[in-house]
Design a protein around this ligand. Structure first.
Ligand code: NAD
Ligand code: TDX
Length: 339
């Protein structure tokens, strides 16, 4: 029997949350999930619509709604907390929802979790550690659970703040929490504002892909299925108070990723344009997941990035209705906010 039978998933209608819900429904038949999601521009109820309603319940609501959170917490054995404002570019245009959801929302949840002594897993990012240099001599440097917090953007600063709140609640109140910090995810259901799906859907829409700055910035890609499998393992077997790093040694610079997308979609590899760089643009992320792999039974399985990318391209091609209605608006926002 699974250790936790009723799990509350915040942000379960977003990219990673959806993949987590779908993973648990397939892999763990005795578990029931309640999704608490505000359905912001990034959440989509359709992502969960085909799942059995005796196992998945979607509650449309805000993690800042203390009364609602209190009620749901009383009925749950564990929480996996994905809900967040998640896009760096948006945080540069208007940081306020990031403060509200990422900081105050996390505060509301952990207060309720400690009230009812509920197991809590906090999903976070490697961006809390800032960035690593790009020069060759620093190439062996990677983030570890001991790396210094040094966030660059309003998004990553609010995620860093939320991690520190969870750590303090563990130490001061005995909250039964774990944290995971993970590198850039890719795969199905990712919002088309993000780099990989934006470029795939640009190409499909006849828009030139856009590279920020010189395209040399490096991201450490992990397939979303490997991420959600890692979260499950931490929830079941992690040590309370621990921070786990999840990554798949998937470092690539943005230009290389874009050229792979262009090539896989049958376009000339130079059919894109350079645009203004992102303010404060982090140079390089790289995760050292050794300690996680030594202490838990988790290994990334999607180690062939090109195959994972091809599968992701196929998904956007087969699910055009899922993203098409948002495309013009997202591109109009980019055009307006990145002048
Ligand atoms: P996403 O933006 O696709 O989804 C976020 C979800 O949270 C949406 O469904 C949205 O409706 C919901 N939400 C937002 N504000 C809410 C609120 N106030 N109350 C309830 N629901 C709310 O994000 P994602 O990429 O799936 O990221 C999920 C989590 O994983 C985030 O905490 C993010 O920081 C973290 N993370 C993401 C990545 C990545 O590469 N995408 C990597 C590491 C960590
Ligand atoms: O059009 C683009 N062109 C471009 O060159 C976009 C949207 C992005 N980029 C660059 C910026 C980054 O170097 O691509 C890289 C990836 O960009 P994003 O998809 O915006 O991701 P990033 O800023 O790296 O953050 C992501 O990973 C960590 C997620 O959005 C975060 O939620 C997660 O915490």
């Amino acid at each position: 029997m699974t250790k936790y039978q009723n799990i509350l998933v915040t942000g379960g209608a977003g990219f990673i949350g959806t993949n987590f819900v779908r993973y648990v429904i397939t892999e763990h038949p005795d578990v029931k999930l309640t999704v608490l999601d505000k359905l912001t521009y990034a959440g989509n109820a359709e992502n969960l619509a085909d799942l059995p309603d005796d196992r998945v319940t979607l509650i449309v609501g805000d993690i800042n709604d203390a009364q609602l959170v209190d009620k749901l917490m009383r009925e749950t054995d564990a929480v996996v907390h994905f809900a967040a404002e998640s896009h760096n570019d948006n945080s540069l245009t208007d940081p306020s929802p990031f403060m509200q959801t990422n900081l105050m929302g996390t505060f509301t949840l952990i207060e309720a979790a400690r009230r009812y002594d509920v197991r809590f897993h906090h999903v976070s990012t490697d961006e809390v550690y800032g960035d690593l240099p790009l020069d060759e001599t620093s190439r062996n440097e990677k983030f570890t659970p001991l790396s210094r917090y040094n966030p660059s953007s309003p998004y990553s600063a609010t995620k860093a703040g939320s991690d520190l709140l969870v750590r303090a609640w563990v130490r001061s109140f005995g909250l039964k929490a774990t944290i995971s910090n993970t590198s850039n995810n890719y795969g199905p259901y990712q919002h088309i504002e993000k780099f990989i799906p934006r470029q795939i859907t640009n190409i499909m829409s006849g828009i030139k892909p856009k590279i920020y700055g010189n395209g040399r910035n490096i991201r450490d890609w992990i397939h979303v299925t490997d991420h959600v499998a890692g979260i499950w393992e931490i929830l079941m077997h992690g040590t309370i108070g621990e921070t786990y790093l999840l990554g798949a040694n998937g470092e690539q610079d943005n230009l290389t990723v874009l050229k792979k997308i262009l090539q896989a979609m049958g376009k000339p590899v130079d059919d894109f344009e350079f645009v203004k760089d992102r303010a404060g643009h982090d140079l390089r992320y790289a995760i050292d997941a050794t300690r996680t792999q030594e202490t838990l039974n988790w290994q990334p399985k999607y180690l062939d990035f090109d195959a994972g990318l091809k599968q992701t391209i196929d998904w956007y091609q087969q699910n055009q209705a899922w993203w098409e209605k948002d495309k013009a608006k997202i591109e109009a926002n980019y055009a307006k906010n990145r002048q």
